[in-house]
Design a protein around this ligand. Structure first.
Ligand code: FEO
Length: 395
C-alpha cells in the first residue's frame, strides 16, 4: 500500500515478509526485507528506484492507482542491482520514452541486465534537476556498494534517498525508525553493514565526510531497504562512521566445526581459559555447521579476536569452516587478531590451513595455535585453557 511520507513524497515500494535469503543464498533475511521505491509529486513527477522483479506486475498495478504513469517525468535509478531495477522492464513497457537518470556505471549495468536501449540520462555528483518547489541533487557514491551507486538529495523537503546505504533487511509496516523495536533495527543495520559494506569501509568514510561537508539539512534518510530514518536521522550516519573505522567491541568470537566433539571440547576449554582471567569480556561461540553464516560474520565484525577451529579431514578442513573462512576473506576485515585450533587423528593439517587462510584474510596471528590428537584428555584441555589465557593477554 502506498504511504505518504512528506508533502510531496509517497513510498510506493514492496514489503517482502517472506524473504529468507538474499543475494541467492548468501545473505539470511530472518526478518524479511522491503524494496523501497519513492514517488515525488511536485510540478514534475519523479520515481526513485523500483522493486525486485517477482513483484514487478504488482508494483506497476499499484503505481497506476497512485499516478497516471504517463505523468511520470523522470525515473531516478540510484542503483541498478536487480532488487531495485527488476520492475523496470514492466514499467518501461508502459512508458518507454521516460528518461532514466543514473550514473555512467548505472547505464552499463542496466544495459547489461536488461539489454534495452532506454532513454538514459547520465548524471554525476553535483548535477541537479529542478522539479518545481523542490530540487534534486545527485551525489555519486561509488562502491557503496556497487560501482554505479548514487544518492539523490531532495532539497526543500531535505530528504536523502541513499539506496542501500543505511538500509536494513527488515520488514515492518511501522515504516519509521522511531516506531520499531530498536534492538531489532540495530541488529539488522549492523548485520547489513558487516556482511555487505565492510569491504567498502574506506569509501563509506570518504563519502560521509564529503556529504557532511555540504552542511545540508537532513530531515529524513530514505534507504532502499527497511525503515525510514526520520527521528535523529544522522544517528545511522554516525553509526556508519563508527562501523567503517575498523569497528570492535570487547568481544572474542570462537567458530568451530567438529566431527566427534574433540574440537568442540577444545573450543569450550579455550573459553574456560579466557573466562578464568576475564569474566566481563563477551565470548560468542558458534558451530559453523549449525549456525547462520551471516550471524557469525556479524559477530566477527564486532570482535577483537577470532578463533577458528576444525577437525582435520582428508588432509584438509571441514567444509563449513572452509565456507566461513571464504566469507571472512572476502570481507577484508581490518585490525583483527586470530588463532587456529583443531583436533586430529593422524595427519593434522587443519590448523596450518586455517592459519594460512586467516593470514590471507588480513588477520594478525597472535599464537601459533593448538592441535590435539583424537579426543583431548585433561592435559590437552589444560593446554587449550592456557591458549585461552594467552589469547586474552594479547588482546
Ligand atoms: Fe539492495 Fe545493492 O541492492
Amino acid at each position: 500500500m502506498p504511504f505518504k511520507i512528506s508533502d510531496t513524497v509517497t513510498w510506493v515500494g514492496k514489503i517482502d515478509w517472506e524473504l529468507r535469503t538474499f543475494h541467492g543464498e548468501e545473505y539470511s533475511t530472518h526478518k524479511g526485507s522491503s524494496y523501497n521505491s519513492y514517488l515525488i509529486k511536485d510540478e514534475k513527477t519523479v520515481l526513485i528506484d523500483t522493486v525486485w522483479q517477482p513483484f514487478s506486475k504488482e508494483f506497476v498495478t499499484n503505481l497506476k492507482k497512485e499516478i497516471d504513469l504517463n505523468k511520470i517525468d523522470y525515473i531516478i535509478m540510484n542503483h541498478s542491482e536487480s532488487d531495485h531495477s527488476g520492475a523496470l522492464v514492466d514499467l518501461m513497457k508502459e512508458i518507454p520514452n521516460t528518461p532514466i537518470y543514473c550514473t555512467k556505471g548505472g547505464v552499463k549495468i542496466l544495459k547489461g541486465h536488461y539489454h534495452k536501449d532506454w532513454n538514459f540520462v547520465e548524471v554525476k555528483t553535483g548535477d541537479t534537476l529542478d522539479i518545481g518547489r523542490n530540487k534534486l541533487t545527485f551525489v555519486e557514491a561509488k562502491m557503496l556498494h556497487w560501482p554505479d551507486t548514487m544518492f539523490t538529495y531532495l532539497s526543500g523537503e531535505n530528504i536523502l534517498f541513499s539506496n542501500d546505504a543505511f538500509g536494513q533487511h527488515y520488514a515492518s509496516e511501522l515504516m519509521y525508525n522511531d516506531k520499531v523495536d530498536q534492538a531489532e533495527l540495530f541488529q539488522e543495520a549492523i548485520k547489513y553493514y558487516a556482511n555487505i559494506l565492510t569491504p567498502f569501509s574506506k569509501f563509506v568514510v570518504k563519502k560521509i565526510e564529503e556529504v557532511l561537508s555540504f552542511n545540508l539539512p537532513v530531515n529524513m534518510i530514505c534507504p532502499s531497504h527497511g525503515i525510514i530514518w526520520r527521528d535523529n536521522p544522522l544517528q545511522i550516519v554516525n553509526k556508519y562512521m563508527e562501523w567503517a573505522k575498523d569497528y570492535q567491541e570487547n568481544q572474542i568470537t570462537i567458530i568451530y566445526d567438529t566431527m566427534w566433539n574433540g574440537t568442540r571440547r577444545m573450543a569450550e576449554a579455550i573459553t574456560e581459559g579466557i573466562k578464568s582471567l576475564n569474566k566481563d569480556i563477551t565470548i560468542k561461540i558458534f558451530n559453523s555447521s549449525k549456525s547462520d553464516k551471516n550471524d557469525i560474520i556479524t559477530e566477527v565484525f564486532k570482535s577483537k579476536i577470532v578463533l577458528v577451529g576444525s577437525s582435520t579431514i582428508n588432509k584438509g578442513i571441514l567444509s563449513s569452516t572452509a565456507a566461513t573462512l571464504e566469507m571472512i576473506k572476502g570481507l577484508e576485515f581490518k585490525g583483527k587478531k586470530a588463532v587456529a585450533f583443531g583436533s586430529y587423528g593422524w595427519s593434522g593439517e587443519s590448523i596450518k590451513i586455517i592459519r594460512e587462510e586467516l593470514i590471507k584474510a588480513g588477520f594478525e596471528i597472535i599464537n601459533e595455535g593448538i592441535r590435539e590428537l583424537w579426543n583431548p584428555d585433561e592435559d590437552g584441555l589444560n593446554r587449550c585453557r592456557d591458549l585461552g589465557k594467552d589469547v586474552l593477554e594479547k588482546i
